[in-house]
Write a protein that binds this ligand. Sequence first.
Ligand code: C5P
Length: 300
Amino acid sequence: MIVRETAGDTFEVLAPAKLNLFLEILGKRPDGYHELETLMVTTDLCDTLTFALDPSGRLTLECDDPALPTGLSNLVMKAAEALRAKAGVELGARISLSKAIPAEAGLAGGSSDAAAALVALDRLWKLSTPPGELDALAGQIGSDVAFFLHGPAAVCRGRGEEVEPIELPEAFHCVVICPPVGLSTAEVYRHVTLPPATRSIVPVLEAVRSANFEALGRSFFNRLQEAALLVRPELGEILDALANLSPYLDGHLMSGSGSACFGLARDLDAAHIAALQLATLGLGQVRVVNCGPRDLSSPA
Ligand code: C5P
Protein backbone atom coordinates (compact mmCIF):
# COMPACT_ATOMS: atom_id res chain seq x y z
CA MET A 1 0.00 0.00 0.00
CA ILE A 2 1.30 3.45 -0.92
CA VAL A 3 0.01 6.40 1.14
CA ARG A 4 0.68 9.97 -0.03
CA GLU A 5 -0.30 13.20 1.66
CA THR A 6 -1.55 15.16 -1.37
CA ALA A 7 -2.49 18.41 0.39
CA GLY A 8 -3.13 19.51 3.94
CA ASP A 9 -5.82 17.19 5.29
CA THR A 10 -5.99 15.01 2.13
CA PHE A 11 -4.46 11.59 1.55
CA GLU A 12 -4.29 9.41 -1.55
CA VAL A 13 -3.75 5.68 -1.22
CA LEU A 14 -2.93 3.02 -3.81
CA ALA A 15 -4.53 -0.15 -2.48
CA PRO A 16 -3.03 -3.26 -4.12
CA ALA A 17 -4.62 -6.54 -5.19
CA LYS A 18 -3.10 -9.75 -3.76
CA LEU A 19 -2.37 -13.16 -5.19
CA ASN A 20 -2.26 -16.38 -3.15
CA LEU A 21 0.74 -18.48 -4.18
CA PHE A 22 -0.21 -21.22 -1.72
CA LEU A 23 -3.40 -21.90 0.22
CA GLU A 24 -4.06 -24.95 2.39
CA ILE A 25 -7.01 -25.59 4.70
CA LEU A 26 -5.93 -27.04 8.01
CA GLY A 27 -9.43 -27.67 9.38
CA LYS A 28 -12.90 -26.33 10.03
CA ARG A 29 -13.38 -24.14 13.09
CA PRO A 30 -16.28 -24.13 15.55
CA ASP A 31 -17.21 -20.60 14.34
CA GLY A 32 -17.81 -21.97 10.79
CA TYR A 33 -14.65 -20.43 9.31
CA HIS A 34 -11.75 -22.48 7.99
CA GLU A 35 -8.29 -22.55 9.51
CA LEU A 36 -5.86 -21.51 6.78
CA GLU A 37 -2.21 -21.43 5.93
CA THR A 38 -1.63 -19.18 2.92
CA LEU A 39 1.17 -17.22 1.28
CA MET A 40 0.03 -13.91 -0.17
CA VAL A 41 1.86 -11.27 -2.19
CA THR A 42 0.74 -7.79 -3.24
CA THR A 43 0.67 -6.72 -6.88
CA ASP A 44 0.83 -3.37 -8.67
CA LEU A 45 -2.82 -3.67 -9.76
CA CYS A 46 -4.30 -1.03 -7.44
CA ASP A 47 -7.51 0.74 -6.53
CA THR A 48 -7.07 4.45 -5.77
CA LEU A 49 -8.68 6.08 -2.76
CA THR A 50 -8.67 9.68 -1.56
CA PHE A 51 -9.53 10.82 1.94
CA ALA A 52 -10.39 14.43 2.83
CA LEU A 53 -11.38 15.80 6.19
CA ASP A 54 -15.07 16.68 6.49
CA PRO A 55 -15.49 19.21 9.30
CA SER A 56 -19.23 18.46 9.45
CA GLY A 57 -18.36 15.09 11.00
CA ARG A 58 -20.08 13.13 8.22
CA LEU A 59 -18.57 10.01 6.65
CA THR A 60 -19.32 9.68 2.94
CA LEU A 61 -18.05 7.41 0.17
CA GLU A 62 -18.33 7.87 -3.59
CA CYS A 63 -17.24 5.18 -6.00
CA ASP A 64 -16.76 5.16 -9.79
CA ASP A 65 -18.25 1.65 -10.01
CA PRO A 66 -22.05 2.01 -9.78
CA ALA A 67 -22.37 -1.73 -9.01
CA LEU A 68 -20.70 -1.28 -5.61
CA PRO A 69 -22.61 -0.15 -2.51
CA THR A 70 -21.39 3.05 -0.86
CA GLY A 71 -23.13 2.54 2.50
CA LEU A 72 -22.11 0.51 5.51
CA SER A 73 -22.01 -2.74 3.53
CA ASN A 74 -18.90 -1.40 1.77
CA LEU A 75 -15.79 -2.54 3.66
CA VAL A 76 -14.30 0.97 3.37
CA MET A 77 -17.22 2.41 5.34
CA LYS A 78 -17.09 -0.49 7.80
CA ALA A 79 -13.41 0.22 8.40
CA ALA A 80 -14.01 3.97 8.80
CA GLU A 81 -16.86 3.44 11.28
CA ALA A 82 -14.89 0.82 13.23
CA LEU A 83 -11.87 3.11 13.54
CA ARG A 84 -14.01 6.07 14.57
CA ALA A 85 -15.84 4.00 17.20
CA LYS A 86 -12.59 2.55 18.54
CA ALA A 87 -11.01 6.02 18.86
CA GLY A 88 -14.20 7.58 20.24
CA VAL A 89 -13.99 10.55 17.84
CA GLU A 90 -16.70 12.26 15.79
CA LEU A 91 -14.47 13.38 12.93
CA GLY A 92 -15.73 13.00 9.38
CA ALA A 93 -14.24 12.26 5.98
CA ARG A 94 -15.12 12.44 2.31
CA ILE A 95 -13.77 9.28 0.71
CA SER A 96 -13.55 8.53 -3.00
CA LEU A 97 -12.81 5.11 -4.43
CA SER A 98 -11.69 4.48 -7.99
CA LYS A 99 -11.84 0.74 -8.74
CA ALA A 100 -9.35 -1.16 -10.88
CA ILE A 101 -9.40 -4.49 -8.99
CA PRO A 102 -12.31 -6.69 -10.13
CA ALA A 103 -14.78 -7.85 -7.46
CA GLU A 104 -15.33 -11.52 -6.52
CA ALA A 105 -12.02 -12.42 -8.16
CA GLY A 106 -10.00 -13.69 -5.18
CA LEU A 107 -7.80 -10.58 -5.41
CA ALA A 108 -9.15 -9.05 -2.15
CA GLY A 109 -9.82 -5.62 -3.62
CA GLY A 110 -12.46 -4.77 -1.01
CA SER A 111 -10.20 -5.92 1.84
CA SER A 112 -7.31 -3.85 0.49
CA ASP A 113 -9.58 -0.78 0.25
CA ALA A 114 -10.60 -1.35 3.90
CA ALA A 115 -6.96 -1.56 5.01
CA ALA A 116 -6.27 1.65 3.07
CA ALA A 117 -9.13 3.35 4.95
CA LEU A 118 -7.73 2.26 8.33
CA VAL A 119 -4.24 3.60 7.55
CA ALA A 120 -5.30 6.84 5.83
CA LEU A 121 -8.01 7.79 8.32
CA ASP A 122 -5.68 7.05 11.23
CA ARG A 123 -3.34 9.67 9.75
CA LEU A 124 -6.07 12.10 8.61
CA TRP A 125 -7.67 12.08 12.06
CA LYS A 126 -4.24 12.08 13.81
CA LEU A 127 -5.18 9.08 15.96
CA SER A 128 -1.78 7.29 16.15
CA THR A 129 -3.55 3.98 16.74
CA PRO A 130 -0.98 1.36 17.88
CA PRO A 131 -0.23 -1.15 15.04
CA GLY A 132 -1.56 -4.08 17.09
CA GLU A 133 -4.91 -2.32 17.49
CA LEU A 134 -5.13 -1.59 13.75
CA ASP A 135 -4.42 -5.30 13.12
CA ALA A 136 -7.22 -6.28 15.51
CA LEU A 137 -9.69 -3.90 13.82
CA ALA A 138 -8.64 -5.22 10.40
CA GLY A 139 -9.29 -8.81 11.54
CA GLN A 140 -12.82 -7.87 12.61
CA ILE A 141 -13.60 -6.30 9.21
CA GLY A 142 -12.56 -9.29 7.07
CA SER A 143 -10.17 -12.23 6.97
CA ASP A 144 -7.81 -10.66 4.39
CA VAL A 145 -7.72 -7.05 5.62
CA ALA A 146 -4.79 -7.33 8.08
CA PHE A 147 -2.47 -8.73 5.38
CA PHE A 148 -2.54 -5.38 3.56
CA LEU A 149 -1.18 -3.62 6.66
CA HIS A 150 1.96 -5.77 6.23
CA GLY A 151 2.61 -6.53 2.51
CA PRO A 152 4.34 -7.16 0.16
CA ALA A 153 4.50 -10.82 1.26
CA ALA A 154 3.25 -12.73 4.28
CA VAL A 155 2.14 -16.12 5.51
CA CYS A 156 -1.38 -15.74 6.90
CA ARG A 157 -2.96 -18.19 9.32
CA GLY A 158 -6.08 -18.47 11.48
CA ARG A 159 -9.01 -17.19 9.37
CA GLY A 160 -6.29 -15.37 7.41
CA GLU A 161 -5.98 -12.50 9.88
CA GLU A 162 -2.83 -13.75 11.69
CA VAL A 163 -0.10 -12.24 9.53
CA GLU A 164 3.57 -13.23 9.54
CA PRO A 165 5.44 -10.97 7.09
CA ILE A 166 8.16 -12.69 5.07
CA GLU A 167 11.01 -11.36 3.02
CA LEU A 168 10.51 -11.32 -0.75
CA PRO A 169 13.99 -10.65 -2.11
CA GLU A 170 13.04 -10.24 -5.76
CA ALA A 171 9.97 -9.02 -7.60
CA PHE A 172 8.41 -11.18 -10.32
CA HIS A 173 5.73 -10.86 -13.00
CA CYS A 174 2.46 -12.69 -13.35
CA VAL A 175 -0.18 -12.73 -16.04
CA VAL A 176 -3.61 -12.51 -14.40
CA ILE A 177 -6.89 -13.44 -16.08
CA CYS A 178 -10.23 -12.41 -14.57
CA PRO A 179 -13.26 -14.19 -16.05
CA PRO A 180 -16.36 -12.03 -16.54
CA VAL A 181 -18.18 -13.89 -13.74
CA GLY A 182 -16.93 -13.76 -10.16
CA LEU A 183 -17.19 -16.32 -7.38
CA SER A 184 -18.70 -15.93 -3.90
CA THR A 185 -16.07 -16.72 -1.25
CA ALA A 186 -18.65 -18.24 1.09
CA GLU A 187 -20.01 -20.50 -1.68
CA VAL A 188 -16.56 -21.79 -2.63
CA TYR A 189 -15.79 -22.59 1.02
CA ARG A 190 -19.09 -24.49 1.26
CA HIS A 191 -17.85 -26.84 -1.50
CA VAL A 192 -14.48 -27.59 0.13
CA THR A 193 -13.64 -31.15 1.15
CA LEU A 194 -11.19 -31.22 4.03
CA PRO A 195 -7.97 -32.96 2.97
CA PRO A 196 -7.00 -36.26 4.64
CA ALA A 197 -3.42 -34.94 4.84
CA THR A 198 -2.38 -31.31 4.53
CA ARG A 199 0.17 -29.97 2.05
CA SER A 200 3.29 -28.33 3.53
CA ILE A 201 3.94 -24.63 2.88
CA VAL A 202 7.72 -25.14 3.30
CA PRO A 203 8.66 -25.72 -0.40
CA VAL A 204 6.88 -22.56 -1.56
CA LEU A 205 8.49 -20.53 1.24
CA GLU A 206 11.95 -21.85 0.42
CA ALA A 207 11.43 -21.04 -3.25
CA VAL A 208 10.32 -17.47 -2.46
CA ARG A 209 13.18 -16.84 -0.03
CA SER A 210 15.79 -18.08 -2.52
CA ALA A 211 14.08 -16.32 -5.47
CA ASN A 212 13.98 -19.69 -7.27
CA PHE A 213 11.00 -19.00 -9.50
CA GLU A 214 11.03 -22.34 -11.29
CA ALA A 215 10.69 -24.06 -7.92
CA LEU A 216 8.09 -21.48 -6.86
CA GLY A 217 5.87 -22.27 -9.84
CA ARG A 218 6.22 -26.01 -9.17
CA SER A 219 5.10 -25.52 -5.53
CA PHE A 220 1.99 -23.43 -6.30
CA PHE A 221 -1.04 -24.93 -4.56
CA ASN A 222 -4.58 -23.81 -3.74
CA ARG A 223 -6.94 -26.17 -1.88
CA LEU A 224 -9.91 -23.95 -2.91
CA GLN A 225 -9.31 -24.54 -6.63
CA GLU A 226 -11.12 -27.88 -6.72
CA ALA A 227 -14.09 -26.41 -4.84
CA ALA A 228 -14.20 -23.42 -7.21
CA LEU A 229 -14.24 -25.82 -10.19
CA LEU A 230 -17.28 -27.54 -8.69
CA VAL A 231 -19.09 -24.20 -8.45
CA ARG A 232 -17.91 -22.95 -11.85
CA PRO A 233 -16.59 -25.73 -14.13
CA GLU A 234 -15.78 -23.14 -16.88
CA LEU A 235 -12.73 -22.18 -14.82
CA GLY A 236 -11.18 -25.41 -16.12
CA GLU A 237 -10.88 -23.80 -19.56
CA ILE A 238 -8.86 -20.91 -18.11
CA LEU A 239 -6.58 -23.23 -16.13
CA ASP A 240 -6.05 -25.33 -19.29
CA ALA A 241 -5.20 -22.20 -21.28
CA LEU A 242 -2.59 -21.25 -18.66
CA ALA A 243 -1.18 -24.80 -18.70
CA ASN A 244 -0.79 -24.51 -22.49
CA LEU A 245 1.40 -21.44 -22.01
CA SER A 246 4.06 -23.45 -20.20
CA PRO A 247 6.91 -22.20 -22.45
CA TYR A 248 6.32 -18.75 -20.94
CA LEU A 249 5.13 -19.68 -17.44
CA ASP A 250 6.76 -21.49 -14.53
CA GLY A 251 3.40 -22.38 -12.96
CA HIS A 252 -0.23 -21.32 -12.70
CA LEU A 253 -2.99 -21.24 -10.10
CA MET A 254 -6.33 -19.78 -9.07
CA SER A 255 -6.01 -16.92 -6.54
CA GLY A 256 -7.86 -17.20 -3.20
CA SER A 257 -11.45 -18.33 -3.72
CA GLY A 258 -11.32 -17.27 -7.40
CA SER A 259 -12.38 -16.55 -9.99
CA ALA A 260 -9.10 -14.89 -11.10
CA CYS A 261 -6.29 -17.22 -12.17
CA PHE A 262 -2.66 -16.35 -12.82
CA GLY A 263 0.56 -17.66 -14.27
CA LEU A 264 4.08 -16.95 -13.02
CA ALA A 265 5.98 -15.55 -16.01
CA ARG A 266 9.60 -16.51 -16.72
CA ASP A 267 10.34 -12.80 -17.33
CA LEU A 268 8.55 -9.61 -18.39
CA ASP A 269 8.72 -10.43 -22.13
CA ALA A 270 7.26 -13.89 -21.47
CA ALA A 271 4.51 -12.25 -19.40
CA HIS A 272 3.51 -9.99 -22.31
CA ILE A 273 3.57 -12.83 -24.87
CA ALA A 274 1.48 -15.03 -22.57
CA ALA A 275 -0.93 -12.14 -21.98
CA LEU A 276 -1.37 -11.54 -25.73
CA GLN A 277 -2.05 -15.22 -26.39
CA LEU A 278 -4.50 -15.46 -23.48
CA ALA A 279 -6.33 -12.31 -24.57
CA THR A 280 -7.05 -13.80 -28.02
CA LEU A 281 -9.02 -16.63 -26.35
CA GLY A 282 -11.63 -14.21 -24.99
CA LEU A 283 -11.89 -15.98 -21.63
CA GLY A 284 -11.59 -12.85 -19.50
CA GLN A 285 -9.72 -9.65 -18.83
CA VAL A 286 -5.97 -10.20 -18.99
CA ARG A 287 -3.27 -8.12 -17.27
CA VAL A 288 0.43 -8.33 -16.54
CA VAL A 289 1.22 -7.50 -12.91
CA ASN A 290 4.38 -7.00 -10.91
CA CYS A 291 4.43 -8.81 -7.56
CA GLY A 292 6.49 -7.84 -4.60
CA PRO A 293 8.86 -5.15 -3.50
CA ARG A 294 8.53 -2.32 -5.99
CA ASP A 295 8.06 1.33 -5.23
CA LEU A 296 4.61 1.94 -6.70
CA SER A 297 5.13 5.67 -6.49
CA SER A 298 7.80 5.47 -9.21
CA PRO A 299 6.71 5.46 -12.86
CA ALA A 300 6.10 2.00 -14.39
O1 C5P B 1 -13.80 -12.96 6.21
P1 C5P B 1 -14.45 -12.81 4.88
O2 C5P B 1 -15.62 -11.87 4.93
O3 C5P B 1 -13.50 -12.50 3.80
O4 C5P B 1 -15.05 -14.26 4.55
C1 C5P B 1 -16.09 -14.46 3.63
C2 C5P B 1 -16.67 -15.87 3.82
O5 C5P B 1 -15.69 -16.84 3.43
C3 C5P B 1 -17.00 -16.22 5.26
O6 C5P B 1 -18.31 -15.84 5.57
C4 C5P B 1 -16.84 -17.73 5.27
O7 C5P B 1 -17.98 -18.35 4.75
C5 C5P B 1 -15.70 -17.98 4.30
N1 C5P B 1 -14.39 -18.11 4.95
C6 C5P B 1 -14.07 -19.28 5.61
N2 C5P B 1 -12.84 -19.41 6.21
C7 C5P B 1 -11.92 -18.43 6.12
C8 C5P B 1 -12.22 -17.23 5.44
C9 C5P B 1 -13.46 -17.11 4.85
O8 C5P B 1 -14.87 -20.21 5.69
N3 C5P B 1 -10.73 -18.58 6.70
